[in-house]
Every structure is written in structure tokens, then in C-alpha cells.
Design a protein around this ligand. Structure first.
Ligand SMILES: Nc1ncnc2c1ncn2[C@@H]1O[C@H](COP(=O)(O)OP(=O)(O)OP(=O)(O)O)[C@@H](O)[C@H]1O
Length: 482
């Protein structure tokens, strides 16, 4: 039990840590401002807030998903390097959507919305981080997120793995609501270009001045729906949604297990398609494999055009790197591009992140990009990619080891017999892969990243307390690494 004094100590300790972090943070902010310039800093970085440190990871907050993704893509590596330089124990930066306190102290506390039990028939509480209302003239900004101007058809590099999805997206942008293309369902692994294609469709339609477009993540859809329930304005929300010509919902797998939001999405979907409007949806799996979604919704999602984006090939990775290097204006030798395309095979986001870091390094220090410098600047990314172990392999090995079913890795069962191996698999996924906490959570039955943090901590504690358990986990780690 925590006594009054202990409680005080904890608070004092937390406050002390917070003010130390604040000092580092203001130094980092000053450095960033000097590096990128005042305008760029104010546009993208000023609203960032610093959270807490967990093991080797610091959490930073941004108020919208768009800003978060932008900052992650453009500055993620730099933020990591700056934090590491300030506090060497920090090796990772986790960017989250939430309103956290900003360095200037003008932010707001983190906000979480939940459905009051009385407002919904589902007992489970659906929680989402609130996003600030973005403003953009060209899309339905009253309703959804702005489109990222970098994600256009022109900047999308086409190759065998994505040519079909690209052609379908083009077709929808040219002739929305064509029979056979409504809904357009884009699916594929993490970071392979689904969001990019959706934004490209939206930008193209808006540029042609033809239709009103609303793009939002499934998470945001749920949050808006919950907010509407709370403010008793569901009718207004529905009318707004149903007044757009093209509705695009990203990462639909997020709705798995969120029954009320699924129901609402289903009705909106039907109303829009019946009224001849276009729907574009993305997810990490095909409609038939999204097993946590209601059958009737899966059936409707699959009855338009379903387009898969496959894992990248070496050729596509080279083309993407060439295009991005050319756009940056930095001379990156072909052998460096080949080296990267060989080494970083997981997804385009990571490939892009690695190249961005090289480019930032070259710009910052005015040195040419060489193979040697690449190995040095990217040693952590290259190390993570060397291991190549996947979360699926980890789940399989751990399930075999403790003799449980593989499906229990993502099931809702909580008995220790299955929960403990699941926690170990989460722990090993964090240790052995470069996947982020939310990505790991998603692979374990769409669990929240906080569940993963808890699992990692719990396994570490148990390893300290129980040598036999620690030996088991170490054995598994060695088997997976070899
Ligand atoms: N073919 C491509 N050409 C150019 N850039 C690409 C391509 N594919 C992906 N990218 C880039 O990779 C990054 C990740 O892509 P995107 O966000 O669209 O992935 P996603 O499939 O939506 O991932 P998630 O499942 O995490 O939502 C973006 O910066 C995007 O521009």
C-alpha cells in the first residue's frame, strides 16, 4: 500500500522528472528551431508536447494524426537523434495523437473521450484520443482531416506490387461511383501506401473541383461518433457524413470490436452507396479476413473493388528511393540506394525514414553520402532489419512453447495460461522487431499500445523474480534470433 508520504514522494519524483525532461525539451526545441527555421518550426513542431519516458522510449504528443504522421515522416529520426544526444538512454521516440502540454506551456491536458454506459448498448467502453479540429479549405474540414499535399498520384511510385491498387485508385479519382468500383477497398501491410493512395484520390478530385471529399481515420470516425452521442448531435453528424460525395475511411481494422461504431458506419455506408456516392476504405486485411467485423459489413465492403497492395520488391524499393532522393536534391550514390533496398525490406515508411535520415545528415554536416556514412548513420535501423524476425513468427514459437493455440495470441481470453504467453510474445516483439507499440498491439487482437507497455513491464518483473521463467524467455529469444 502506498502511504501518504510515499504518495508524496512519488508525486515529487514525477514532478522532478518532468522538470528535467522540460529542460532537455526546451533545448531540443531551440535546436530544432535553429535547424529548420521559425516558419517551418511554427507550422509543424510548435504544438508538440513532451510526455513520459518508459525504458528507452520517450513519448511526444501532437494534436492531430496528420501532424503526427507528418512529423514522424519528416522529423522522426531527427527527434530521436536529438533526444539520444540529450539523454543517451533514450533510443526511441513514440509520437502519439493527443493534446499534451507544449514546451511553451500553452497546451492542454491529454483528453480521452469515452462513451457513457447510458449512451450505448455496448458495455465495453470505447476510448479514443481527441484530435483537434483541422482546417483546410479544399476538403470537408468541418468533418474530417486535411489531405496531405505530399501524397499525390504524381509522387506515388508504381511497380508490380501496387499497380493494380494504383490503377483502381486512378479510376475512382477519374470517375467516382462507377459500377464495380464502389466501394473501393484497399488493403495491405503496414506502410505500403494505402493512405498515400487515398489522399491522392481526394486531392485529384478536389483539384478537378468536382466533388466534396471527406477523409478520416476509422479512429477519428469513432471519436466523432462518440462525441456526437455525448453532445446529443448524432443526427447532425449523420447528415454531415451523408452530404459528402466521396467518403474515405482509413485503417478500418480499428473498428474491430467497436460494435456501436461499426453499426453506425454500416448505416452511413449504405446511405451513401445507395445515394450513388463513392466510398473508399483501407484496412490491413481483405474484407473476408477482417474476422472481427460484422458479417453484413464485410459482405458489403467486399462487393465493390477489392485491391491488394503487396509487399515491395527490390525493384520497387529502388524506384521509390531514386524518386525520393531526386526530390530531395541530395546526391545519393546508386550503391547506397541498392544497399538500402537490400537491407530495409519491411515497408516503405521505414525505407523513407532511413533515406530522410541520410539526407538530413548530409544537409546538416555538408558531407557527401557514402556507403560508410550510411552504415554509421543508420546502424540502429540496419541492426533491427538484420534480425528480420516477424511478430507472426514470435507468436507461433511462443504458442508452441507453452502449448496454447495460435489464435489465443489475439483472443480476448484472460486466463493466465494464455495471457502470460501472450505477454511474453508482446515483450519479444518489442525486443526483436522494430515495430512500434501500436503496431504490436494491433497484431495482438487490436489491443491498445498501453496493453503492450504493461506486458513488457510485467514480463521484465517476472524475469527478475523467477529464474526459470527468465530462462524460458531467454531460450525463446535465442531460438528466434538464430
Ligand atoms: N509506392 C510508393 N511511392 C512513394 N511513396 C510511397 C509508396 N508507398 C508508400 N509510400 C510512402 O510510404 C509512407 C507510408 O505510406 P502510407 O502511410 O500510405 O502507408 P499505409 O499503407 O497507409 O500504412 P498504415 O497501414 O500504417 O496506415 C508514406 O510516406 C508514403 O508516401
Amino acid at each position: 500500500m502506498t502511504g501518504g508520504l510515499e504518495g508524496y514522494d512519488e508525486v515529487a519524483e514525477a514532478n522532478a522528472q518532468k522538470s528535467i525532461l522540460d529542460i532537455h525539451w526546451s533545448r531540443i526545441c531551440a535546436r530544432l528551431k535553429a535547424e529548420v527555421g521559425e516558419v517551418e518550426y511554427n507550422t509543424w513542431l510548435r504544438q508538440m508536447g513532451v510526455g513520459t519516458v518508459e525504458e528507452d522510449e520517450i513519448t511526444l504528443y501532437l494534436p492531430t494524426r496528420f501532424l503526427r504522421d507528418w512529423v514522424r515522416g519528416q522529423y522522426g529520426d531527427r527527434l530521436g537523434a536529438l533526444w539520444h544526444a540529450e539523454i543517451p538512454a533514450i533510443r526511441r521516440v513514440e509520437l502519439q495523437v493527443a493534446r499534451g502540454p507544449s514546451p511553451a506551456g500553452d497546451g492542454e491536458a491529454v483528453i480521452a473521450e469515452s462513451v457513457p454506459a447510458s449512451a450505448t448498448a455496448t458495455p465495453a467502453v470505447e476510448v479514443a484520443a481527441a484530435e483537434a479540429e483541422p482546417r483546410a479549405a479544399e476538403v470537408r474540414s468541418d468533418l474530417a482531416a486535411p489531405l496531405d499535399p505530399r501524397f499525390t498520384f504524381e509522387t506515388f511510385v508504381v511497380g508490380k506490387p501496387n499497380e493494380f491498387a494504383y490503377a483502381c485508385a486512378r479510376r475512382v479519382a477519374e470517375r467516382p461511383s462507377s459500377p464495380g468500383f464502389n466501394p473501393l477497398f484497399l488493403y495491405g501491410g503496414v506502410g505500403l501506401g494505402k493512405t498515400h493512395l487515398m489522399h491522392a484520390i481526394g486531392s485529384e478530385l478536389v483539384r478537378e473541383g468536382r466533388v466534396s471529399v471527406a477523409y478520416m481515420s476509422a479512429e477519428k470516425f469513432m471519436y466523432r461518433f462518440i462525441a456526437a452521442i455525448r453532445s446529443q448531435s448524432t443526427m447532425e453528424f449523420k447528415e454531415q457524413l451523408r452530404s459528402v460525395d466521396v467518403l474515405m475511411i482509413d485503417d478500418l481494422q480499428f473498428l474491430i470490436g467497436k460494435d456501436n461504431t461499426q453499426e453506425e458506419f454500416f448505416h452511413t455506408f449504405n446511405a451513401l452507396v445507395d445515394a450513388g456516392r463513392q466510398i473508399v476504405v483501407s484496412a490491413d486485411k481483405s474484407p473476408s479476413d477482417l474476422s472481427g467485423l460484422e458479417d453484413r459489413l464485410r459482405t458489403r465492403l467486399g462487393c465493390g473493388m477489392v485491391a491488394d497492395i503487396h509487399a515491395t520488391t527490390f525493384e520497387l524499393r529502388i524506384s521509390i528511393l531514386e524518386a525520393k532522393a531526386t526530390a530531395s536534391g541530395v546526391d545519393v550514390p546508386a550503391k547506397v540506394l541498392e544497399f538500402l533496398a537490400h537491407k530495409i525490406t519491411s515497408n516503405v515508411r521505414e525505407l523513407e525514414g532511413a533515406l530522410n535520415r541520410l539526407i538530413a545528415h548530409a544537409n546538416l554536416f555538408g558531407r557527401p553520402v557514402t556507403l560508410e556514412a550510411t552504415q554509421d548513420v543508420l546502424h540502429d535501423i540496419l541492426k533491427a532489419n538484420n534480425r528480420r524476425v516477424t511478430i507472426e513468427e514470435i507468436q507461433r514459437k511462443v504458442a508452441e512453447h507453452w502449448n496454447i493455440r495460435l489464435t489465443d495470441m489475439s483472443s480476448a481470453r484472460r486466463s493466465t495460461v494464455v495471457a502470460r504467453p501472450r505477454q511474453v510474445a508482446m515483450y519479444l516483439s518489442k525486443q526483436l522487431t522494430s515495430r512500434s507499440l501500436p503496431e504490436i498491439g494491433r497484431k495482438f487482437g487490436n489491443r491498445d499500445h498501453t496493453t503492450v507497455i504493461y506486458a513488457v513491464r510485467r514480463v521484465m518483473e517476472l524475469m527478475e523474480q523467477d529464474p526459470a521463467f527468465a530462462e524460458d524467455v531467454e531460450l525463446l529469444r535465442r531460438m528466434l534470433e538464430s
